[in-house]
Design a protein around this ligand. Sequence first.
Ligand SMILES: *Cc1c(COP(=O)(O)O)cnc(C)c1O
Length: 389
Amino acid sequence: MSRNTDFVPFALPSLGREEEEAVLRVLRSGWLTTGEVARALEREFAAFTGASHALAVNSATSGLHLALEALGVGSGDIVVTSPYTFTSTAAVARHLGAEVRFCDISREDYNIDPEALARLLSSEPRAKVVLPVHVGGYPCRMQAILETAKAHGCAVVEDAAHAFPLRTERGMAGCLGDIGVYSFYATKTMTTGEGGMIVTSDEALARRMSLMRLHGFDREAWDRYTSPTASWRYGIAEAGFKYNLPDLLAAIGREQLKKADRFLKERRDIAEKYLAAFASEPKLELPPVHPSHAWHLFSLRLRGEAASVDRDGFIERLMGRGIGCSVHFIPLHTMKYWSERYALRPEDFPEALDKYRRSISLPIWQGMRPDQTDRVIEAVLATAAEARA
Ligand SMILES: *Cc1c(COP(=O)(O)O)cnc(C)c1O
């Protein structure tokens, strides 16, 4: 078979000789855990985003947990987020004994609806944190969200797992609220295999998250790891977590970060090609477009009566044509744990449900060849024509 007919995976990391050599250097250095390389990645990430503090962690989930902990979230508190996200966005509130209130997404995009948020916060005095998600790399309406949250005394933590890099008029997505968290999971726009980064401009929050990230070691203990005259003596200030990013993985991150803008341009070119190719197909609704979209996801929606849209059949046919695809997201309120805990029905969040029923995410990753994007387009158009017939 020619290369042309190979399966096109939904996602694939783009790793080169630079990443391989960086990992080898760390392996040969004898220092595998968190040290100078992770510190360097933090400095470089802070410079790239303009954040005052950047803290490398072993996942975005860990970062979100640290963020809510530092903001004092605990039992009796409410964390407000959208059901249109990955489970860890909401689960971290439960790790701290807090409860989650879901707020529906906007009609125009996949992000939390600021008007619905204002209504919810007016009736929920225990709300402590609002946790918007920039779904797919499309920016949330942050000005409205920040104003509403502030008016109700809530902090804002951005789930920026899809939003690197996303430059808005107000600054980098992830750097607009009190704390922002990025993911370096294998399928994200830059990766360390597993990993993440927290950013904040608040010194006290940064200090708390830094303390809790690594066992609650006091300041001197951290120096014990990084100082050449290391001492055996250390103190413990808190019952901390084990959320540090090892140098072995940070080394991959430093190389990926250097390529982040090139990666973005590649994804944007793919998105523009898709947008042009699908514009005149009546069965397909295009994703919302923003000039600085990070294009982590390219999610199409099928048009037609919601009840009669055969999204699953569409995906099956695409898979049959050798195209990997996915759905973002299965709304949390339709999943067993969340629906049972809060007695939620699918129709409680109609926008999230409608988007879920119609959406298909197509392959969009740096390193995709033109013949691969051509094959995606051919397969989608052929399947759409069948769906219309
Ligand atoms: C991937 C993802 C996360 C979790 O990231 P990890 O680094 O795997 O913990 C959180 N939120 C969203 C929206 C994600 O897509």
